[in-house]
Design a binder for this molecule. Structure first.
Ligand code: NAD
Length: 452
């Protein structure tokens, strides 16, 4: 395996040297071919996601496949325009010159993907990397083997291996890949592995984008419209059975509306998944038994306000509300990444600040309130990747917004034009004209300073 990986890498290095710049027309053709192939495999993709963790077909379509079509269409439509060198006004000191910014591919790109949205979080970075003229080696997560095999099938059909290749494997394979020299690394996954990736990249000063996670707060202030708030939180928290990097991790609710919120959350859970969630066709399972056990151990039965049912055989954990956990309870330790929602009440704003600032910068931040000043003030006080007022998760869906974390939740951002920027080096080129040469900068300097 190790030798095969090294050979593939060497082929991609040669391919980039020979084909850079791969023509725009060729790249757009490849994106169209990729779309056609994904379209042909649509049912198989949905089936693979179901095999991997019983992901409901609707969620697979909306959060995995459609997201990819959208990104492909955007690149197909805009790539030519985005790729044009940008002319900027020249500096008087260089007169006369023509100054431009070129968008150059980095070269050989490594993408390491996670398991929770295993199709789109692998393909969307690949689309941007290929569109901008890079080669790609993609390592999907070993925890979603059906989707990983399908990714390999799709990519094999559209690209030659020296242009884009999928390498399946676990952390050992990822380590072998990280031992090679890349021109850019795009990683999505946990904070702990993000640090390993960053260290490996630093050896070659390879630029990285790290899309990581965090403990995303969700504030419900006293003026919030409670039923709508509950409906939106239930959707965003229990989508993908809570295994979403930008899902609300815990709720901080004003004590005056806590009983109403808990009542509304229960109603909305039942309205979405019925009284027995285990029978709902619209609810995914936990990815594997070790994550199941990790999550089960976070549930303190004495504090369960709703849910709490589990089934080890099918890795099922019901949508679960935990009321007033202590801050040193396990559930308030790290990122939950599952269908367990702690609810903590607050009275004064300083209590909110104390809790939120005790965690590292989150990937997302949500505030439910009808008080615009409250929302703006509270959001300005904490570092976080991206946020929403009066909803959760949906900032992901606007490709005009850069998607990424800050501090512990990540480095860099992508989506849409931001992905184009992410996978290109902005190269400055000055074309200094020769029909005249201003002598000011040349020695001997004499008393030239007196001219300034
Ligand atoms: P993970 O870090 O365990 O794995 C991600 C990838 O890294 C996998 O392909 C895995 O094989 C590989 N990997 C594992 N150990 C490695 C090692 N020692 N060296 C090199 N590579 C290694 O993450 P996960 O469990 O797949 O995903 C869950 C995490 O990802 C959560 O923290 C979540 O918040 C985060 N996430 C972030 C985003 C985002 O866009 N910011 C999206 C999805 C998930």
């Amino acid at each position: 395996m190790k030798q095969h990986i090294q050979e593939l890498h060497a082929q991609q290095v040669d391919f980039f040297l020979e084909n850079n710049p791969f023509s725009l027309k060729q790249r757009i053709q490849l994106l169209k071919k990729l779309k056609k192939e994904i379209n042909a495999q649509e049912d198989a993709i949905i089936e693979a996601l179901k095999e991997d963790f019983s992901k409901p077909a609707f969620e697979s379509m909306v959060t995995e496949v459609v997201v990819v079509y959208k990104e492909l269409d955007l690149f197909i439509k805009n790539l030519e325009f985005w790729s044009k060198p940008e002319k900027v006004s020249s500096s008087l000191l260089n007169f006369p010159s023509s100054d431009k910014i070129y968008h150059r591919p980095y070269g050989n790109v490594l993408i390491i993907a996670p398991w929770n949205y295993p199709f789109q979080l692998a393909i969307n970075p690949l689309i941007a990397a290929i569109a901008t003229g890079n080669t790609v080696t993609l390592k999907p997560s070993e925890l979603t083997p059906h989707t990983a095999s399908l990714l390999k099938k799709v990519i094999n059909k559209v690209f030659t291996e020296e242009h884009a290749v999928v390498i399946q494997g676990d952390e050992e394979v990822a380590q072998q890949l990280l031992n090679l020299k890349w021109n850019f690394i795009f990683f999505t996954g946990s904070v702990a592995v993000g640090k390993i990736v960053n260290q490996a990249a630093a050896k070659n000063l390879t630029p990285v984008v790290l899309e990581l996670g965090g403990k995303n707060p969700c504030i419900v202030e006293s003026t919030a419209k409670i039923q709508l708030t509950a409906k939106r939180i239930v959707w965003g928290k229990f989508l993908n059975a809570g295994q979403t990097c930008i899902a609300p991790d815990y709720v901080l609710v004003h004590k005056s509306v806590k009983p109403a919120l808990i009542k509304a959350l229960k109603e909305e859970i039942i309205a979405s998944y019925g009284k027995n969630t285990i029978d709902s066709p619209d609810y995914a399972r936990i990815i594997n038994s070790s994550h199941f056990e990790r999550l089960e151990s976070l549930i303190d039965e004495e504090k369960v306000a709703f849910g709490g049912q589990t089934d080890a055989e099918s890795n099922f954990i019901a949508p679960t509300l935990i009321e007033e956990p202590a801050l040193n309870d396990k559930v308030m330790g790290g990122e939950i990444f599952g269908p367990i929602l702690p609810i903590i009440s607050y009275d004064e704003e300083r209590e909110l600040k104390k809790i939120i600032s005790s965690y590292a910068a989150s990937l997302a931040f949500f505030v439910f309130t009808e008080n615009k000043d409250f929302a703006e003030n509270i959001m300005a006080q904490f570092p976080f990747g991206g946020g929403v007022i009066n909803d959760v998760v949906i900032h992901f869906a606007n490709e005009k917004l850069p998607f990424g974390g800050v501090g512990n939740s990540g480095i860099g951002a992508y989506h849409g034009k931001h992905s184009f920027n992410c996978f290109t080096h902005q190269q400055s080129v000055v074309n200094h004209k020769t029909w005249i040469d201003i002598p000011f900068r040349y020695a001997p300097y004499g008393n030239k300073l007196s001219w300034i």
